[in-house]
Design a protein around this ligand. Structure first.
Ligand code: PLP
Length: 382
């Protein structure tokens, strides 16, 4: 039934072999930088590539500072803490996301609360958030409290799903009224823009991931980005064991984390960042081709970038018109060696998040029933 999409993808990648969902692409530049880090012997906790990557990422994004970390989850944990998330408070996030988003809240001993997404962006819905706050939130001297749980709402954590920018300006405007800080999970959205501004740079703090399946990778890695120098200094301090500067003494002024990105990974990150724009060009060609292909088809609707946005099209997404066809589509494509995947289980469906408070989740459920991800890797240059 889905032979023509299978054939389309096989033609795109010019192969009869297994086609994965998203694999990295490496070049001579990657090899050169990694070998240089090895030759320098600085492969671990210090080295010039870490500083260079932080500088170049900040420059690419147009923010003052970037702090490289061991992965995106660690970046998120620390960013939430720096935004003021404390134990026994609540963070409002979306149910439709990768599990790391919710986990990072719990690593701070805080509680996730799930509010619905918009259908067209798949990100946290400003109108659902507004309704939730109107119903449950109460402004007091010490902050905004959830009337139902009695806990303080310490942050809002929206996600740019699959690289599609969420309505981040509306979310920030809304939370400014309430004075709740926003942390932007841009793990999937490196290079995406909304109204010309890069995702990850709207909120006080944003985070990225450079895991093996993301748009660029350094094996494992992440970053915290901000325009606030003080927060950036704190992020660097906390992620590097909170060691104070001294010529030889080991003085740590608090319990920090060993969350720094090794120089070996940073070398690869520098080389990959250098190729990001060319990756984005190839990814856009594929999403345009998918979009044109599915326009002619009855069975699914291709998810294109929201208005006034440029998506990095990290993972291309198809919404099956007929709910029941999702399973058939997944079965036929995967059996034919073309990897496709359903979207994640919604967070409140996972055992550990079953008892968390949620708003109505109609859009998240609607998307979860229909969405599948299609192969989205950058093609090898021939
Ligand atoms: C990948 C991802 C993360 C975590 O990044 P890691 O580098 O894998 O730790 C966080 N949030 C979202 C939405 C992600 O997709």
């Amino acid at each position: 039934m889905f032979e023509d999409i299978i054939q389309f993808i096989r033609n795109w990648y010019s192969t009869d072999d297994f086609i994965p969902l998203h694999v990295p692409l490496f070049s001579e530049l990657d090899r050169e930088y990694v070998m240089d880090a090895i030759d320098s012997t600085f492969v671990s906790s210090v080295g010039e590539y870490v500083n260079r990557f932080e500088r170049e990422l900040a420059q690419y994004l147009g923010v003052r500072r970037a702090v490289a970390t061991i992965n995106g989850t660690a970046a998120l944990q620390v960013a939430l803490r720096l935004a003021g998330v404390e134990a026994h408070t609540e963070v409002i996030t979306q149910p439709l996301t990768f599990v790391a988003t919710a986990n990072a809240i719990v690593y701070n001993n805080a509680h996730p609360v799930f509010v619905d997404v918009d259908r067209e962006t798949m990100g946290l819905s400003p109108s659902s958030l507004e309704m939730f706050l109107q119903e449950y939130a109460e402004k007091r001297d010490e902050g905004v409290f959830n009337k139902l749980s009695g806990r303080r709402i310490s942050a809002i954590l929206p996600v740019h799903i699959f690289g599609h920018p969420c309505k981040i300006e509306d979310l920030i405007n809304l939370t400014e009224i309430w004075q709740i800080p926003v942390v932007e999970d841009a793990a999937e959205a490196l290079g995406s823009t909304r109204n010309g501004k890069r995702c990850g740079t709207f909120a006080k703090l944003g985070i990225f991931s450079f895991n093996g399946n993301k748009t660029i990778t350094c094996g494992g890695g992440g970053a915290i980005v901000t325009d606030d120098e003080t927060l950036a200094d704190k992020a660097k301090h906390l992620t590097t064991t909170a060691k104070t500067s001294h010529p030889w003494e080991y003085i740590h002024d608090q319990i920090g984390y060993n969350y720094r990105m090794p120089n070996l990974n940073a070398a690869l990150a520098c080389a990959q960042l250098n190729q990001l724009d060319s990756f984005l060009v190839d990814k856009r060609k594929l999403s345009n081709a998918y979009e044109a292909f599915f326009k002619e088809k009855e069975f699914g609707l291709f998810v294109s970038e929201p208005e006034k946005c440029q998506s990095n099209y990290w993972l291309n997404t198809l919404l099956m018109k007929n709910e029941g066809e999702k399973e058939t589509f997944l079965k036929e494509t995967n059996e034919a060696g073309v990897m496709t995947r359903p979207i994640w289980q919604l967070m409140p469906e996972l055992e550990m998040y079953r008892n968390c408070q949620t708003g109505p989740l109609d859009n998240a459920r609607w998307l979860q029933e229909r969405a599948v991800n299609l192969p989205s890797s950058v093609r090898a240059r021939s």
